[in-house]
Ligand binder design. Structure first.
Ligand code: PLP
Length: 168
């Protein structure tokens, strides 16, 4: 996906954005986290990949998979505005990614000279945080000496109100 692709230019919540996805018109998805969805263009690309993999799965997974993942780092870096692919890693899912970040917190802060600290150190999350991620945050706090700062979020709440509570 390039930086000027329709999926990146369309504004969230607009009919233009909605038209890029296959979601049924009478459906309002509120749980993208569990299964997610991708723009139609990405879905078509995914189908082409599945056909390629299926044509010789053994060769694909044994000899091509790792190289293809490495090759995909550069376009992702461009979308994220990063110049170095060394700054990116693909993870299996949200829980794995968040765990990797949480496990790195203490050693990174220590390497930066910010630990040990006389100040209290918090990890911020909202009460709506995905349960696996919330569990990982609590576990990290217990083990690594941080404290949980949890913002209670009770819907319905406007986006503006939510953002102001997070900022406050
Ligand atoms: C509600 C919900 N279910 C499932 C997941 C998927 O987590 P994972 O990719 O780690 O399996 C998420 C991720 O944020 C989520 O928010």
């Amino acid at each position: 996906m390039s930086n000027d692709s329709p999926a990146l230019l369309a504004k969230p919540g607009t009919p233009e954005m909605r038209s890029l996805f296959s979601i049924a018109p009478d459906v309002t998805p509120t749980n993208n986290g569990s299964f997610g969805t991708v723009p139609k263009s990405v879905l078509n690309y995914k189908i082409d990949w599945l056909k390629r993999i299926d044509s010789n799965a053994d060769v694909y997974f044994n000899y091509e998979y790792d190289a293809e993942l490495d090759r995909a780092l550069l376009p992702v870096a461009k979308v994220l505005g990063l110049s170095d692919v060394e700054d990116i890693v693909f993870v299996g899912g949200a829980t794995q990614g968040v765990n990797a970040v949480l496990k790195s917190l203490k050693p990174i802060l220590r390497a930066q000279g910010r630990l040990p600290s006389t100040k209290r150190q918090f990890i911020f999350m909202m009460s709506t945080t995905y349960i696996q991620v919330a569990g990982a945050i609590r576990h990290t706090c217990l083990n690594d000496g941080f404290e949980v700062l949890e913002l209670p979020v009770i819907f319905p709440m406007s986006e503006a109100e939510l953002l102001s509570r997070v900022a406050g």
